[in-house]
Design a protein. Structure first.
Length: 83
């Protein structure tokens, strides 16, 4: 009889998702089924490209003091106590 247990394999360890299988008394035949779609690693974005996309997000011609004032105003609205 076949029993199914799910785990994620990281390096040299299994992280069991649901039920942990019992320790076998003897050798156990194991079949590994890989979910390729979930195991594909997306490349990390290039930090230079990320910074280029954020350029101008706060508008043009603003000083650092003006941007800091806007951030502080947003924070005070967020932390404001509501009645």
């Amino acid at each position: 009889m076949l029993q199914t247990y799910e785990a994620i394999y990281n390096g040299q360890q299994f992280q069991w998702i649901n039920q942990i299988p019992p320790k076998p008394d003897k050798e156990v035949h194991v079949v590994l089924v890989m979910d390729i779609e979930k195991s594909i690693v997306n490349p990390k974005p290039n930090i230079h490209e990320v910074l280029q996309r954020t350029r101008g997000a706060w508008g043009k011609g603003k000083t650092l003091d003006k941007i800091d004032a806007e951030i502080n105003a947003m924070r005070s609205e967020w932390e404001r106590k509501w009645d």
